[in-house]
Design a protein around this ligand. Structure first.
Ligand code: PMP
Length: 377
């Protein structure tokens, strides 16, 4: 089996599974319990928290809340901050190509809670122009949420330039969804007010993620409950999962420089191979994250091709995994100005630590076969 869908999820590292197993077997306590078994679990949890903050270089300035993943972390950052700071202003800003966990949170705040929601357009490369953001900002703006790396195209936003705009408005907080960026793209993490990610995108386990935020900030908790996670997220914390996420992040960071360079080579090789297929039109901009390459088929139906590839043991995706049911055209590609035909027929190839040149060769070989076998649309 050739797995080239690492933007959907990565295979977990054995180190992460081991870290999970170790805690589940030997340190199963509730970290809130006031006895030795609880204290031991609490120690593991705090070690994982500190190790993640240290790894990301934000241990002095930021705090971390463990969540069930990036979707929950995005919701907590966006709704939690909007509710907490609602008396400062009502305008909240995001972009048209965010993950649904961001877009829907904004939509809810607008439709049901009276916030003034601005959804910024992107340019042909899928990026928010700093001037577009600047024109949308006003004194009422309390929150801006713009992703670092797009999950469908790998387009990278210029976060330093966007942050510079936001800083002209002292009441506005800047949140970024870093789910496709952690360990893959270098970013000014220490300058961000809040950022979110999911462990399973970098070798950790599904059901674990985090919101990291500047120490002076607060949120309205979305999950009410006990005093866990500084009172900002009720519920007994998944200590084993947190430990696995910490192990996965350490490994990702230790390999990151070589991996980025290696995957850049793979991406360039894939692009060169695709250039021999005349109906493949590349959608990812040339400076996108090397971990994602998105292209459209100009003559065949992408969903049929992806299914046929799957039958041949090749796993890639069409549209994004989160939207494939009921919404067949990519809203990300439409926002970039692609045609409806292109937006309905995109394929995403995404790399991870196990991806290699042989995978690309197998993908290209089978793609050529499938394009011969399957009727054009
Ligand atoms: N944001 C982005 C950019 C993503 O790619 C994803 C996963 N598809 C998420 C958020 C949500 O992650 P999770 O499903 O792990 O909560």
């Amino acid at each position: 089996m050739i797995y080239l869908d690492c933007a959907a999820t990565t295979p977990p590292f054995s180190e992460a599974i081991k870290a999970f197993e170790e805690v589940s077997l030997n340190c199963f306590g509730n970290p809130s319990s006031l006895h030795t078994v609880g204290f031991a679990a609490s120690k593991v949890l705090e070690n994982a928290r500190n190790s993640i903050l240290n790894c990301l270089g934000v241990s002095k300035s930021h705090r971390l809340i463990f969540t069930s993943g990036a979707s929950e972390a995005n919701s907590l950052a966006i709704k939690g901050a909007a509710f907490h700071y609602k008396n400062r202003g009502k305008r909240i800003i995001t972009s048209a190509v965010e993950h649904p966990s961001v877009l829907k949170a904004f939509e809810q705040l607008g439709q049901e809670f009276g916030f003034e929601v601005i959804e910024l357009p992107v340019n042909a490369e899928g990026k928010v122009e700093p001037e577009t953001l600047e024109n949308a900002m006003n004194k009422e703006t309390i929150l801006v949420s713009i992703m670092a790396v797009n999950n469908e195209t790998g387009s990278i936003n210029d976060l330093p330039a966007l942050l510079k705009v936001v800083r002209k408005f002292p009441k506005a907080l800047f949140h970024s969804d870093l789910t496709q960026a952690i360990g893959k793209v270098d970013l000014p993490l220490g300058d961000l007010d809040m950022f979110s990610f999911s462990a399973h995108k970098f070798g950790g386990l599904k059901g674990n993620g985090a919101l990291i935020y500047k120490s002076h900030l607060s949120f309205l908790p979305l999950i009410s409950g006990g005093h866990q996670e500084a009172g900002l997220r009720g519920g007994t914390v998944d200590v084993a999962g947190a430990n696995a996420m910490s192990a996965a992040l350490s490994k990702t960071y230790s390999l990151r420089k070589e991996e980025i360079a290696r995957v850049q080579g793979l991406n360039a090789y894939l692009k060169q191979q695709l250039s021999e297929i005349d109906e493949a039109s590349i959608n990812s901009p040339s400076d996108a994250s090397p971990f994602v390459l998105n292209f459209s088929l100009l003559r065949h139906k992408a969903s049929v091709v992806v299914e046929a590839l799957s039958e041949k043991g090749i796993c890639v995706s069409s549209v994004s995994a989160c939207n494939s049911k009921g919404e067949p055209a990519s809203y990300v590609l439409l926002a970039m100005g692609k045609t409806m035909d292109e937006a309905k027929n995109s394929i995403r190839v995404s790399f991870g630590i196990n991806s290699n040149k042989g995978d690309v060769d197998a993908f290209i070989t089978e793609l050529k076969v499938v394009l011969e076998e399957v009727n054009p649309r």
